[in-house]
Structure formats: structure tokens, C-alpha cells
Design a binder for this molecule. Sequence first.
Ligand SMILES: Nc1ncnc2c1ncn2[C@@H]1O[C@H](COP(=O)(O)OP(=O)(O)OP(=O)(O)O)[C@@H](O)[C@H]1O
Ligand SMILES: [Mg+2]
Length: 516
Amino acid sequence: CRSALGESVYQTALQALRRQEHLLRAQSAAAERKQVTVMFADISGFTAMSETLDPEDVRSLINACFELLGAVINRYDGYIDKFIGDEIMALFGAPIAHENDPERALRAALDMMAALQTFNSQYRNRLPRPLALHFGINTGLVIAGGIGTAARQDYSVMGDTVNLAARLEGLSESGQILVGQNTYRFAAPFFEFKTLEPVKVKGKAKPVQVYRLLKAKVAVAGQARGLKGLASPLVGRNEELAQLKGALKRLQAGQGSLISLIGEAGLGKTRLMADLKAAAPELEIQWASGRGLSYGENAGYLVARRLFFNLMNIPLEATPVEVGKILQTELRRIFPANLRPEPGARDQRQKTGNAPENAATDAEALSFLDVYPYLAHLLNAPLTDKAAQRVKNLSGEALNRRVLQSAAAYIAAIAQRAPLVLAFDDLHWADPSSLELIQQLTALTRRSPLLILLLYRPPRPQSRIREFHAQLNQLPNKAHRVIHLSPLTQKESTQLVENLLLRCDEVSKICKLVVA
Ligand SMILES: Nc1ncnc2c1ncn2[C@@H]1O[C@H](COP(=O)(O)OP(=O)(O)OP(=O)(O)O)[C@@H](O)[C@H]1O
Ligand SMILES: [Mg+2]
């Protein structure tokens, strides 16, 4: 069933079941105090609509709209608590908690705004006027659990945090996303806000500080994790760094490899990779990276797209048309415009949407048009007429196969020019289609100067990354090498703390005074 449906469909269905399981458990368990981000989203324009349209029309439009907005909330692993008329109450952090629920809620709100625009243009002819959204979002402690009568209980949350979120929604005007102090504090590195005048709200003695969310920052400045300005030279990790450097040396000599660097949060995976990368320029090695985003586990090809943007130097803020232009130029550099047709072979390939196995990684066997439509699809770039023609008649599965083959052909061609490192960070958050693509690329490490470096936290039971890790372990000739990061020794930790304290301005001043 899994291979027939495709990995993405299978994983999405599995995720829905897991969510249901969490919910049932949370509902029957005792009430608990939890840190949650609560979202109230109100749709304006429905009242006017219900006065002019046929009730059945109103119902079908409302449901279509909720369907679209609900899908966005699901994508960020939020939970729709309830629909209250034309309002949605959603939770981020309950029943399932993530390390960045405020960020997820705000990204969801921005995406819901965008989804509503799409809805408005799609239903232009049926809507008396366009619909609009406004939001109140707040983070804090709530009581969570099954709430209701003995016969009918729903999982929900209660408390001051919820009330303030509702009040903020009441204060917001059409098109605005208003957030409270706590949400702002957690999400500030990732978004641009406007600070508004503090407002008096019922039930609060002091005026509360309110912020208006403007947009997401394209690139997050500096390190979003760890403390700003606090850094230490690398402590310990000699053995691990030596292993990684060994792989780089072998890569320089033309030999590829596949390495997973696994360790709990904060143990230094990203740091080790950064120190390794610092050694790469001397070796004349190309380095490209992609990373999982904690709110991107369900977004198709997110990690892969980031990798390709990085490989082709495409700015993250590029418009789809700009992406398409860069992609065309890049692929024309690598793949010939036309191939001398091998009698029969190309016709067959076009009919089935299936490239022969060896052509999948052999740039010389593929022309520009064999690759461009599928990579344009991967990067969400608009398709030219000719390219669209190719994609149109393929089934989802055949299209996916061509995307994977085209990606592999491109990477193989790049690696032929100079040894290439593909480094993937935070893979525990990767989306299923990107993992499938990375898996496809692992085969190249056997015959190309390609080092694939994968960073993730120890896989939890039943997680996607656990399955991925297990599949890598099945590769022939023990091709998958694993480096486990264990916690630093007590001596190393002491050293690290000392280094960090000395970097603290105040401590360092005191030190100087003492030593002087
Ligand atoms: N051995 C070390 N020497 C010096 N600093 C270190 C060391 N290990 C980690 N750090 C510092 O600790 C912080 C956390 O490390 P890092 O971000 O690399 O962890 P991680 O394993 O990537 O965690 P996550 O899974 O959350 O991404 C960083 O500021 C990093 O520079
Ligand atoms: Mg990291």
C-alpha cells in the first residue's frame, strides 16, 4: 500500500493517525498545566454574505474556506480547538508540544492570510465581496484536558492566556495579526513586528503590551539558538572532527561517503559541521547545505528546495519567475539543448515517463528538457509551455520519480566538476519527500566525489527519521557511517563553561582586575 500511494501520502495519513492518538490520550489523561500558544482567527465578510446568498451556498463556501485554513493549521502541527461561528480557535503546543510553538502559530497565521487571498480569487464570482482575516495570538500557561460533561468532553484549554488571545482578536482590525508580549518574546528573531501602544483590557489591572506582526524575516540574523555573543573555541571532539576531516580528505581524492552525525540537542552537531566547513576552502571543495525547519515537517520538498537554492546561489526571497530564470541558465550550462536521439530509446522514455536506470545519473544522457521541467516543479518555478507539456500527462508517482532522477543527474554533474559536500542539518524535522530525495542521492556517493553529511537528533521510536536511518543502514558494504556525539566529559564541560564565562564582558573585566 505504501509504495502504491507514495511516501508523502503514506506519511501524511500516518501523521493524522498519530495526532488522533495523541488527542485521545490527552483527553482521557488528567488535566495539566501547559505552555501553549492560542490563536483566535476571525473571518470578516461572512455576515454580509449570509444576508445575500442562499443558505446552502453560504454553508458550502464557509466549509471550503475552513478546509483551506484548517489545512494550514495542520501543516504546522497545530490543533483546531473549535469553530465558533465564523471564528477558528487553534492551539499550538497542545496536545502536541514543539520547541517553537509561538513561531509555528505566527507562520500559520501569515500562511492563512495568503491562503485566504487564493480563496478569494478562486471564488471571485460567488463572493459578494472578498473575505478577510484578523487574529489574536497569545502564549502562556493554560489548563489543558477534557472539558465538558461526563457524557461529552472535548479536549480544550482554559485560563488567562486564552482570554487575552480572544481579547487581542477583538482589538484587531481586518488584515491584522495582534500578538501578546510572550509570543513576541519567543518569536522576535524570526519576524518583523510593530510595537503598538499598550492597551487596557478587561480583567487586567495594568495595560498590556501589544505587537502587530508584519512579516517573516527572510533570513534569520546570526544564530537563533544559543546566546548572542557567547561563543567558545571548540572543546574536545578531537576524535569526531578527525573522522570528519578524514572523509573530506578522501573526498578530495575522489572518494565519496555517507555520514550521519547524531546527537541530542545542544551537543554540538551544527558546531562540528561549521568547524569542518571552515576547513573546506583550503581543499577546493564545493559545499552546499540544506536544513530541516521545525515547522516544515509536512511541507513538500522543503529541505531539498533549500539545498538547490544554496547550490544555485538563488536568494531565498527570489520570486518564482526569478527562480525559473536562474534554474534555466544553470541547467543550460550543464545539459545539452538536444541529444542525438538513440533510436527508440528516447521515444520509449517519453511514453512511460521513465528514464533508463543509468540515465538517471548521467548528465550526458539527458538533455535540458529531460531535466528542467522536473527541477522547476521541485523549486516551484513556473513552467514554460514545452516543459508543462512534459509534466502534464505524468501520474503523481511518475512525476515524483522524474524529480528524483533529475535532481540526482544534476548533483552528479556538479560533483564531476569538483568534489562536493552536501550537508543537511536538523534532519529530524525533514519532510518525507526531501528524505526520499536524499535517499536517492546516497547511491551517488559510491561513484561520485560526493560526501553526504546528515545531522540529526537520536531518532525517536516510530519517527520518520528513524525509518530513514534504518534504511541507510541497509545500504550495501556498510556504506553508511555513523558518528554518535556523546555529552562532553566533566573536564571538557568545565573548560567550556570557563571559556564562556571569560567571554562575558563583566566577568572578563573582573578577571582583569583580579589578575592586575
Ligand atoms: N565542543 C564544543 N565546544 C565549544 N562550543 C560548543 C561545543 N559543542 C557545542 N558548543 C556550543 O553549544 C551551542 C549548541 O551547539 P549546537 O548548536 O552545535 O548543537 P546541536 O547539536 O546542533 O543542537 P540542535 O539539535 O538543537 O541543533 C553552540 O553555541 C555551540 O557553539
Ligand atoms: Mg543544530
